[in-house]
Design a protein around this ligand. Sequence first.
Ligand SMILES: NC(=O)CC(=O)C(=O)O
Length: 283
Amino acid sequence: MSLKLALVQLAVGAQKAVNLANARAKVLEAAKAGANIVVLPECFNSPYGTQYFAQYAEEIDAAQPSESLQELSKMARDGNIFLVGGSIPERDSGHLFNTCTVWNPQGELIAKHRKVHLFDIDFPGRIVFKESDVLKPGNALTDFATPWGRFGVGICYDMRFPELAMIAARRGCVGMIYPGAFNMTTGPMHWELLLRARAMDNQVFVAGCSPARDTSATYHAWGHSTIVDPFARVIATTEDSQDIVYADLDLELIKEVRQSVPIYAQRRFDVYKDVAAAKKEVS
Ligand SMILES: NC(=O)CC(=O)C(=O)O
């Protein structure tokens, strides 16, 4: 069964209603082009920045869906697609989270992932970002089922932590999907490298979906939404403008690479099963 994956590298601005309308148009364009799974970027309904999260936050309650949730559900249903709804700032019991929702072709919410690893970095003179000033982290791993296999979900900084992807792959996921928004410092250094590394570590498909770059915004996204195959080859990518990145995923490649390089059978958990304990040695 063939599977077409589409990453919508969305131009995101300050007006939520405009972001939602633009997302709908691009998602339905991807669906019309034959995509089965469509992905939106991190913070697709709001500018990315700790100063914006409270203003744009919505509750995620499937029984009483908020503005963005209603739109995402409709996009999935109208496009007859699985939709990985990027992320939105989520409000729950007075706390804020950076949260991805996943929708099936009936428009039902089938998974919710709260960013587990918050983006706190400090590159002196270049970029300081501290999500933990305003957000709480999620505490769970997330995957969802499709007719083509299960996919794991992480949000942006989550891709720097190989354990998430490794657990998903060991549970049988055929791919990892990361809505993300790297920047002009970390993007050129690490974005493609990390996507390829997670694919190589686990011999699965990996996709990273970014917003388009807006140089008038406070945060300049790297763009370069990218799909990588289980051999860690980039099979589709783009530059920094609004675009849709498509790839037909040949799931047989997973078997092929695992036969050629059988790391799943060769792994030595008897030698290194206690990875968490090693942390004690690090300052
Ligand atoms: N925006 C993020 O969460 C992560 C990022 O930009 C990086 O890891 O670099």
